[in-house]
Ligand binder design. Structure first.
Ligand code: SF4
Length: 407
C-alpha cells in the first residue's frame, strides 16, 4: 500500500507526514488494520526499540474541581461516585509513588484537580517531590496541576520536577464545546510556560468525545508543533454522572488507527497509551504496544486499570521489555533539543526537530458462491451503553484510601 510505504519511510527518517496522509490513516479499513499496525510498528522500533516506558499516576487531590471539562469525572457538578479528597501529605504521596516505582515505573505523575495551583500548592508539591526523590533520586517526576501562572513552572523546575503535563485534549475548533471555564489558548499558554522553564512538555489528547477525524489530526499536529516530548493518547472513559457518559464512539480498531496516526505524526516522540486503554482496546492492548512506547502502570486518577502485574505480563508476552531507569526514553537528537532547552531555560521549540510549524471484518455474505471480498466501512460505533458501562470501574484503592495501590 503506497500510503503505508510512504508513512513508514518518512517515519524512519523522523519526518512528519502531510495532514492528508494522517487523515488517510484514520480512513483505512479493517482489512488494512494489521498493515497499519505493522507500518507504525516499524517506526516505533526505529526510535524506541522494544522498550515500554511505565508511568505511575498519583492523584494528589481528587474531585471537587471548579472547572467544567465535560469528559472529567472530577468536574464541577460531576455526579460520578469517585473518591474525593484534598491534598495528600507528602509522605502519603511518596508511599504511593514508591509502590509504582517498585512495580517498574520510571516516571511518577503527580496530579491534582483544579483550575491551577496557588503558590501554597506549589510549596506542597515541592515537599512531595522532595519526599519522593529522597527515597529514589532517579525517579522522573511529572507534575500536572492545571493552568500555570507566571514563575510557577520555574519554581517546579527548581524544586526538581522533570516534566509538566497539560493536555490540549482536542482541536482548537472544538475546544469550546467541551469546556467553557477555560480556553484552548489557556492550555497552549501553560504548555509553553512549562517548556519555557525547561520542563519536558507532556501534552496529549482525548479521543472518543464525538470529534471528527479532522479534529484529531488538528490536535496531533498542534502537539507536534508545541514540541511535546510525550503525547498521552487518552480514550474517553465515559463516566456515569458526566455529560459525556453516553459517548461510546470507539472500537479497538479505531483506537489502533488513532494510535498509528499519532505515531506517524510523532515518529520520534514518546507516544503513551493513557486512560481508557483497558476500556476501549480491551483484548487488543498488546497490538497497541507495537505502536506506542509508553503506558500507565496500574490504576488511573479516578478509575481502576487492570492489575499492575497484568500490565507487566502483557509487555513480556508481547515481546517487549520495561524501560529501565538508566535508559533514555527519547532518541538522542530529541534529548539534545530537550537538554538545550533546559540549559537555556527557553522553549527551544522542539519545533526545530519537528518539521511542521504548533471499528468489522470482511462481510463476504453467506452466499454459497464466493462473492468478492468487500472492504467494510471503517467504523462500527459502540451503541450499547448498558453493555459497555460495566467496563468503567471507579478507583477504590491506592492514594486517598486505606488500601494498597495497584502497581
Ligand atoms: S481542570 Fe482538570 S480536574 Fe478540573 S474538570 Fe478539567 S480536567 Fe477535570
Amino acid at each position: 500500500m503506497d500510503l503505508l510505504d510512504t508513512l513508514t519511510a518518512k517515519g524512519l527518517r523522523g519526518e512528519v507526514p502531510t495532514r492528508e496522509e494522517a487523515l488517510a490513516v484514520l480512513a483505512t479499513t479493517d482489512d488494512e488494520l494489521l498493515d497499519v499496525v505493522a507500518a507504525a510498528g516499524k517506526v516505533r522500533r526505529r526510535w524506541f526499540g522494544r522498550r515500554v516506558k511505565l508511568n505511575y499516576l498519583v492523584n494528589l487531590k481528587s474531585g471537587l474541581c471548579p472547572e467544567d471539562c465535560s469528559y472529567c469525572s472530577q468536574r464541577l457538578g460531576s455526579k460520578a461516585e469517585i473518591l474525593k479528597y484534598t491534598w495528600l501529605k507528602p509522605d502519603q504521596a511518596a508511599d504511593a509513588a514508591r509502590a509504582g516505582v517498585a512495580g517498574g515505573a520510571k516516571r511518577v505523575c503527580l496530579v491534582a484537580s483544579g483550575r491551577g495551583p496557588t503558590d501554597r500548592d506549589i510549596d506542597r508539591v515541592t515537599d512531595t517531590m522532595a519526599a519522593i526523590k529522597d527515597a529514589d533520586p532517579e525517579v522522573e517526576i511529572c507534575v500536572c496541576l492545571g493552568l500555570l501562572s507566571d514563575n510557577q513552572a520555574e519554581r517546579l523546575k527548581a524544586a526538581g520536577a522533570d516534566a509538566y503535563n497539560h493536555n490540549l485534549n482536542t482541536s482548537e475548533n472544538t475546544y469550546g464545546a467541551i469546556t467553557k471555564t477555560h480556553t484552548y489558548a489557556d492550555r497552549v499558554d501553560t504548555v509553553q510556560k512549562a517548556h519555557g522553564a525547561g520542563l519536558s512538555a507532556c501534552s496529549g489528547l482525548i479521543a472518543g468525545m464525538g470529534e471528527s477525524d479532522e479534529d484529531l489530526v488538528d490536535v496531533v499536529f498542534a502537539l507536534r508543533e508545541l514540541g511535546s516530548d510525550s503525547v498521552p493518547v487518552n480514550f474517553l472513559i465515559p463516566f456515569e454522572g458526566t455529560p459525556l457518559a453516553k459517548e461510546w464512539n470507539l472500537t479497538p480498531q479505531r483506537c489502533l488507527r488513532i494510535l498509528a496516526m499519532v505515531r506517524f505524526v510523532n515518529p520520534d516522540t514518546e507516544v503513551r497509551i493513557a486512560g481508557g486503554r483497558e476500556v476501549h482496546l480491551r483484548t487488543m492492548q498488546p497490538l497497541g504496544l507495537h505502536i506506542a512506547n509508553s503506558i500507565f502502570l496500574g490504576d488511573y486518577l479516578t478509575s481502576e486499570g487492570q492489575a499492575g502485574q497484568a500490565d507487566l505480563d502483557m509487555i513480556k508476552d508481547a515481546g517487549f521489555e520495561v524501560e529501565g531507569a538508566g535508559e533514555a526514553t527519547l532518541p538522542r537528537h530529541r534529548a539534545d533539543v530537550a537538554e538545550a532547552a533546559q540549559a537555556g531555560g527557553g522553549c527551544g521549540t522542539a519545533a526545530s526537530a519537528c518539521g511542521s510549524g504548533g471499528g468489522c471484518g470482511p462481510c463476504g455474505g453467506h452466499s454459497h458462491a464466493p462473492a468478492p471480498v468487500q472492504e467494510t466501512a471503517t467504523e462500527s460505533p459502540e451503541d450499547d451503553d448498558e453493555l459497555r458501562s460495566d467496563l468503567v470501574k471507579v478507583r477504590r484503592r491506592g492514594a486517598g484510601t486505606e488500601l494498597a495501590p495497584n502497581a
